[in-house]
Design a protein around this ligand. Structure first.
Ligand code: BTN
Length: 253
């Protein structure tokens, strides 16, 4: 069973950077850096991640799975699913995920995952390139009010506080996250991609919706083993490997 150990800082630039430095200095599988606030929190696609004290949960995991670099998106999905399950457990409101890394509560984004990985870089004779470590950074909007939240492209941001009307303990969300992550990780180690895919599809807001991504338009029909979004388009099946996804429909479970 995966065991987690946490370094809890008051302030830092970015917990992803701290976790990376620690990983380079031998941090074990399951090490976590958490901070009360970040001055240079990073989001996907070079965006900032607003990280004020008391309003959000900010932490990064160091993982050392025996997988190929192409499978790292599975860890991003697993981390987002754990955040959805933890949020659902704390709020009692159904919580979903949106490819590639969003956590969705009542149609708004309450969190995201930023994954960064290092591989051996040595393509072996069997053409594999194994992960040395992966850094999985998670940000969850816990107590943000509407006025505190920055405007977002595509999806409006929301928080646990906005959706429940209650202030939540960041420690409670973090502890619940740990439990959900360990359970999902252990299930993934035993059941592999089919297990994770099934869990993802149960909470995937894009499934069967008409969407646009990377110049393609089609109906979302899941995610493949390398984390690519699968679209059924008029030109046949297409894989979307990166980018934002838009839809005219609203994401309500
Ligand atoms: C996204 O949705 O764009 C991903 C956001 C990830 C934010 C978290 S907060 C903890 C960790 N440290 C960072 O600098 N970023 C991630």
């Amino acid at each position: 069973m995966l065991s987690l150990i946490t370094r809890h800082l008051k302030e830092t630039g970015s917990t992803n950077d701290d976790a990376l430095a620690w990983a380079q200095n031998g941090a074990p599988h399951g090490a976590i850096v958490r901070a009360d606030f970040q001055t240079q929190g990073r989001g996907r696609a070079g965006r900032n991640w607003e990280s004020p004290e008391g309003l959000g949960l900010y932490f990064s995991l160091v993982l050392r799975p025996q997988i190929e670099i192409s499978q790292v998106p599975q860890l991003t999905m697993l981390a987002a699913l754990a955040a959805a399950l933890a949020t659902e457990s704390v709020t009692q409101i159904p919580c979903n995920v949106k490819w590639p890394n969003d956590i969705i509560l009542r149609g708004g984004k309450i969190g995201g995952v930023l994954s960064e990985a290092r591989s051996s870089g040595e393509a072996r004779s069997d053409h594999t390139n194994l992960v040395v470590f992966a850094i999985i950074g998670i940000g969850i909007n816990v107590n943000f009010s509407r006025a505190d939240l920055p405007p977002r492209p595509i999806l409006p941001a929301t928080s646990l506080y906005i959706e429940t009307g209650r202030v939540h303990s960041t420690d409670e969300v973090f502890n619940e996250y740990g439990k959900q992550f360990v359970a999902l990780y252990d299930a993934w180690e035993n059941g592999g991609w089919p297990q994770l895919r099934a869990e993802w599809l149960q909470r995937d807001v894009l499934q069967h919706r008409r969407v646009k991504a990377q110049g393609e338009e089609g109906v979302a029909c899941g995610v493949d083993e390398s984390g690519a979004l699968l679209l059924q388009t008029s030109r046949g099946a297409q894989r979307i490997v990166a980018g934002d996804v838009e839809t005219d429909e609203e994401y309500f479970a």
